[in-house]
Design a protein around this ligand. Sequence first.
Ligand code: FAD
Length: 480
Amino acid sequence: MAMAATHQPQVLVAGAGPAGLVAGIALARYGIGVLVVEKRAAISTLSRALVISTRNMEILRAWGLEAAVRAGAAEVEPCGWVTSTLASGEGVEIPLGYPTTAEAAAVSPTRPAWAPQDHLEPLLLEQLRSLPSAQVRFDAELIGIEQDDDGVRAVVGDRASGDTQYVCAEFVIGADGAPSAVRALLGIRLEGPDDLAEYHGIQFSAPLTGLLGARRYGINVVTHPDAAAVIAPRGLGDRWTLAREWRPGQVRLVDATENDIARLISTAAGVPHVRPRIERVSAFSFAAQLADRYRVGRGFVVGDAAHRMTPRGGTGMNTAIQDAYDLGWKLAWVLRGWAGPDLLASYEAERRPAGRHNVERSGDPGGARRTAVAELPHDLNGRLAHHWLLRRGCAVSTLDLLEDGLTLLAADDEAGWDAAAATLDTRVPVAAHPVGTSVAAGIGVASGGAVLLRPDGQLAANWPDPTVPPAAELAHLGLR
Ligand SMILES: Cc1cc2nc3c(=O)[nH]c(=O)nc-3n(C[C@H](O)[C@H](O)[C@H](O)COP(=O)(O)OP(=O)(O)OC[C@H]3O[C@@H](n4cnc5c(N)ncnc54)[C@H](O)[C@@H]3O)c2cc1C
């Protein structure tokens, strides 16, 4: 076993699933040197997650990926349809916690996308590879970590050649999924059940869209006694997933013949002789677990490495993306010298409660059926309110004004907010934007005052008087 020369990115990310790819992009957009190592030879081809939440679509929109994501999304309402069979024409609409198109338009410049993970991941990988300070290595498995005050030394094995290499970095991120090696190496434990139910899923293609008429929903909950299952579109092209909980006495789908599966799909569809093209049949157990910590020293866990959720509510990948985005910009601020290391404590403080909420929701048998009123606030997580305004003749959202450093929004610039921003004693760039009085009122800016926002749209500080910088309110960011 050869031990090759060391490689020295600023941040090493283990895993090129959604969490690792997003962490890599979030860091490399700031010019941070990041190496993403992935033990597989390529990214996953499993559809798995089918819906991208409102907030995550906002992040992808800010990265210029909205149109490409939407191009592979099924045009459905992100709600459920409970029906005896797909062809029955009768059923009941149920909420899944996502806003409808009309509801989303009131709160966001975008809306959820019913796009499968195997459509999203290649887009993320392409964007990551386009960033000069990012590198991605496949067939590369993180197998060891040591850390001290100065940095992290990881051992990465090349699965093709059998060689190993040391990688020295300032920080390591475990985005290596539910069985996370990084989590184990850091001594972080998962708490909660991992055997809530045994589920089986079939990925297949079949001409079912025409059966639904105008009723296009994210999931169809089929109640036929011989074919009770959830059937959901996987993006475009009549690609579908059928999933059901295994019950004692039932044939496990992984043990069923192709004819059994075709019969099951025909019964659920409500039409005879559907001939599906079966891509994959898999079994998985429902877990609802949360890591006892998200960080040990210079090591962090994000995504499924930090929490395991059942598919109820569709929050697994969505939480993973938000974790990775949050940690990415915070590490970038620290590595750029804009903030001190204390900022990093806010990653666990902010993301673990969000993880806990979604883990608990996913463990609740009724957790999928929640209203958008109940769940959207957890997804948007208190970010700046969206309002449209005109900029050089174009409609832009208040969210479009957010920049990589701090963003100052004030009603107008008469009070000299540009000059006031320059008085902040910090290396973080501060961009000031006038938004007009009605938008200012809508986003909670006091008359004559301003707000300072983080890149994720969270409030950094209220700034009521331009002559008095809000130093105390900004202290939690550890600005330099
Ligand atoms: C059947 C099913 C349906 C789902 N439906 C939904 C849904 O509707 N909505 C939703 O939001 N979520 C859903 N999920 C969950 C979603 O797929 C996961 O939450 C998401 O993939 C988590 O992303 P991640 O990047 O954290 O982990 P992963 O996607 O698991 O990626 C981890 C990556 O790390 C790599 N890796 C592992 N160990 C190492 C190592 N030591 N070194 C280097 N690389 C390593 C792995 O090969 C993998 O590529 C579903 C999951 C399943 C199984």
